[in-house]
Design a protein around this ligand. Structure first.
Ligand code: SAH
Length: 393
């Protein structure tokens, strides 16, 4: 089959020369051939110099780059890339840590594999695919994972139903594509969590908050803690170790059930914990207890640039409520996981929230994502999770 060649407009090769892994449709001058969504395409500059190879998608991000070298992305190519992702996590102490059997094994652009996410849950790999290119080779990816982690992975679950581009027309099904497992229990920093990839959000667990949960614990001794948007109760489980009281709030009943179950898994005496199935703003508007430690970890308020302004307003309103409510000398862990909200924009929202309350606020820590969610230095967008720990006088 002839290679499909895409030629960029003059000057539009600059970002590729700086290894940015996306090509926007507006940068394309000419397409030689008739690429279908998911096809491998080869990128050239306006002077016919080879630049990169990637997966084609007829959308605003038209190509996701797989390599800047002149290679054919075959099974051996993907095997090598996944091998490097495993090696990176072994060298950095994620794989092989006896207190940890839940981590991200492949983090899209962060591991040079745009469109592919693989999370590891104590022997089960859950893959989440965002491009048709990877969807077509999902069985190869599963086979590679099992081959490279023979003694560790016994089942691969594909959870791409809601992440495959809708316009592609592909009706992806969430299903095991290799082996099988019932929901199981994983260990994170020694704490146990029940994972249900079938019904859970994302691949079943928010693995990216691991380090921030530990940091929260270092502040929770004897405190009254409110975990807003608690989901499976990650922050609550850590806080229960030493807090005097922990409240978990989430609007989803299945999340609350999971949070309660996870507290029970870790603590025989769970009388210090209570959970509430209620909307976050409603809870904050009618707050009964006073807290000295509050976690705000809402879902992404903005999925696209066009909703950015509304999202920033949302973060401002939410943080304002918490800053107003918290006891003097209280601490707030506040997050944004929206990729389109930059660190600076998020900080401005929290600043605006603080200014509206007039309370004195100090920034104690700036938080990010853990190293199994690596940030590709050439792709600033991969730094999606940002958070601040603030002290409110
Ligand atoms: N902090 C969690 C992850 C939070 S994900 C962790 O560490 O695992 C965001 C959560 O917010 C989801 O569980 C979702 O059900 C909940 N949520 C979304 N909108 C909400 C709202 N308006 N009020 C309360 N919870 C909400």
């Amino acid at each position: 089959m002839d290679q499909i060649k895409i030629v960029l407009k003059s000057g539009k090769e600059q970002s590729i020369l700086r290894y940015h892994p996306w090509i926007f449709s507006g940068a394309i001058k000419k397409i030689h051939g008739d690429p279908q969504e998911g096809d491998i395409v080869y990128i050239y500059d306006n002077n016919d110099n080879y630049l990169a190879v990637g997966h084609y998608q007829p959308s605003s991000i038209a190509v996701r780059i797989l390599s800047f070298e002149n290679v054919i992305p075959d099974v051996a190519f993907f095997k090598e890339k996944i091998k490097r992702a495993i090696e990176y996590r072994t060298k950095t102490g994620i794989i092989g840590n006896p207190d940890l059997n839940v981590f991200r094994l492949v983090h899209g652009e962060g591991d040079g594999l745009p469109g592919l996410i693989v999370d590891f849950y104590n022997g089960v790999a859950v893959i989440q695919i965002h491009s048709v290119g990877f969807y077509r080779i999902r069985h190869d990816i599963a086979a590679i994972l099992i081959e490279l982690m023979k003694d560790k992975i016994f089942a691969v679950f594909d959870k791409s139903e809601s992440t495959i581009p809708y316009m592609s027309g592909i009706k992806a099904k969430n299903e095991f594509i290799s082996g099988y497992s019932d929901p199981l229990v994983v260990t994170e920093n020694g704490y146990k969590f029940k994972i249900d990839w079938t019904t859970g959000q994302k691949t079943g667990f928010f693995i990216d908050q691991r380090e921030n949960r530990k940091l929260l614990q270092s502040f929770s001794e004897g405190k009254k803690v409110l975990n807003m948007f608690g989901y499976t109760g990650g922050f609550s489980v850590y806080a229960m170790e030493n807090a005097s009281m922990v409240h978990t709030v989430d609007s989803s009943s299945s999340a609350i059930e999971l949070a309660d179950e996870n507290i029970k898994l870790n603590y025989r005496d769970n009388s210090r914990h209570q959970s509430f199935q209620v909307d976050a703003f409603e809870y904050l508007n009618n707050i009964k207890d006073k807290y000295d430690l509050i976690v705000l970890d809402p879902p992404a308020f903005a999925k696209h640039n066009r909703s950015l302004d509304n999202a920033l307003q949302g973060y401002k309103r939410l943080n304002m409520k918490a800053i107003e409510q918290i006891l003097p000398g209280g601490i707030i862990f506040t997050f944004s996981c929206s990729q389109v909200v930059t660190k600076e924009n998020f900080r401005k929202s929290v600043f605006a929230a603080a200014a509206n309350t007039g309370r004195s606020v100090r920034v104690l820590y700036q938080m990010s994502q853990p190293l199994d969610h690596p940030i590709n230095i050439y792709h600033p967008e991969s730094e999606y999770l940002k958070g601040l720990v603030i002290y409110v006088e």
